[in-house]
Ligand binder design. Structure first.
Ligand code: FES
Length: 407
């Protein structure tokens, strides 16, 4: 019986190696004091109350091997991302079962996820720039709000309250919106505030898939990577844009993610003047149910079969390095597959990380958002056409109420 349920759960798991091959249970149990040790970043401005606090939201990743099981437990008990039967009981069981395999993967990439390090660096650079280009909303300070790893969203919200933040911006760090990832972060905000006084003015940045600076960043990273391919092979390179897959159940409900990923890809190719042939492919599928395809590893094999042996992978939905770039793309696809099936030149484009265009883009998105004095993009208020989830209804209704108050 338990085996059957676990197998069902595997089929229903939505997301990443960090999400799928893995597993949440208890909500935020970590004390503020514990969390504070993770938040090693500075004010962009050294004096005064925080006028604008920017909460950088993402699923996060375990910074050390000791945190893997807690991370998985939170993940597998989040109904927004992985709806399971008897979730509060099964989630922790799945997390425990999968922990050893995931610990092994993290140990192979240096003993933990670098996602917190990168997010803090991006936040520091973004707020320093914002202090210069938007003095009227300074001082700015960034906060990291992860769903499944420390610093947890709920702890960062407490810190924002302690800092006396005036304007708070919930800034999704997923450029392309999916209800299972970005949606889960916004739902966490709603759950935190639903029975509380809201002590600051909130607004929301939910998607930015075609921002010119994001496009510029990817185009520059691709161009630089192409320069490393021997001249005689350079024109033969196939660009494979790879994004985290989504189960077709979510796609068929009307999740906007596939269309927004495709928009980013098209923008980047326009910027490159369509210099090379390209495809959008999907990674990290787990279980037997239908997902977006073709899968990235199948695409690599398919092109090698067709004589295309110069392959460049571009992680188009990830803004910093983490287990799915460093392990899945570099080790599982690069070393374990590409090198064994005869790929001549295998390249993987770095994630945006601290690329100057990317940082300028983050700052510009926030500045434009604040200048517009808007609560949110109208898209955030629209549910998927076939959505029946009460959580989506409640979160969007809450945001709409804040929007009304702002009018
Ligand atoms: Fe998309 Fe509910 S699943 S709004």
């Amino acid at each position: 019986m338990v085996g059957w349920i676990l197998s069902l759960c595997r089929q229903r798991c939505y997301l990443s190696n960090e999400v799928f091959r893995i597993g949440c249970g208890y909500s935020c149990l970590h004390s503020f004091e514990k969390y504070d040790t993770y938040n090693k970043r500075k004010y962009s401005s050294s004096s005064g109350k925080v006028k604008t606090g920017i909460l950088m939201m993402n699923m996060g990743g375990p910074s050390s091997l000791d945190e893997v099981e807690d991370f998985l437990t939170r993940l597998f008990t989040d109904k927004d991302i992985i709806p399971l039967p008897m979730q509060s009981m099964l989630g922790p069981i799945i997390a425990k079962r999968r922990s050893p395999g995931i610990v092994k993967k993290y140990s192979e990439i240096g003993g933990g996820s670098p996602i917190l390090k990168w997010t803090n660096k991006q936040g520091e650079l973004m707020t320093s720039l914002l202090d210069k280009i938007s003095p009227e909303t300074a001082p700015h300070k960034h906060y990291v709000g992860f769903r499944y790893a420390k610093p947890l969203t709920e702890d960062s919200l407490l810190e924002m309250e302690r800092d006396g933040v005036g304007n708070a911006v919930a800034f999704s760090q997923y450029p392309q919106f999916s209800c299972s990832t970005s949606g889960s972060s916004f739902n966490a905000l709603y759950r935190y505030y639903r029975k509380k006084e809201i002590p600051m003015k909130w607004s929301f940045i939910d998607r930015w898939s075609t921002h010119p600076k994001l496009i510029e960043c990817f185009a520059d990273l691709i161009s630089k990577e192409l320069d490393t391919v021997p001249k005689e092979d350079r024109n033969d390179v196939v660009l494979l844009f790879t994004a985290h897959a989504l189960p077709m159940e979510a796609v068929n409900r009307g999740d906007p993610y596939p269309a927004e990923v495709a928009a980013t890809v098209l923008g980047v190719m326009q910027k490159l003047n369509f210099s090379h042939p390209y495809r959008l492919v999907w990674q990290s599928k787990v279980g037997p149910v239908a997902w977006l395809s073709p899968q990235t590893d199948d695409a690599i094999r398919g092109y090698v079969d067709k004589g295309k042996k110069n392959i460049m992978l571009i992680p188009i939905s990830f803004v910093n390095e983490h287990i799915e770039t460093l392990h899945e793309l570099d080790i599982e696809y690069g070393k374990d597959i590409a090198m064994k099936i005869g790929v001549k030149n295998f390249r993987r484009v770095p994630a945006p990380n601290d690329h100057p265009s990317f940082i300028e883009g983050l700052a510009d998105i926030v500045k434009t958002h604040l200048n517009n004095n808007e609560i949110c993009n109208p898209q955030l208020l629209l549910r998927c056409p076939l959505c029946t989830k009460a959580t989506c209804h409640h979160t969007k209704a809450w945001i709409a109420t804040l929007n009304q108050k702002n009018l």
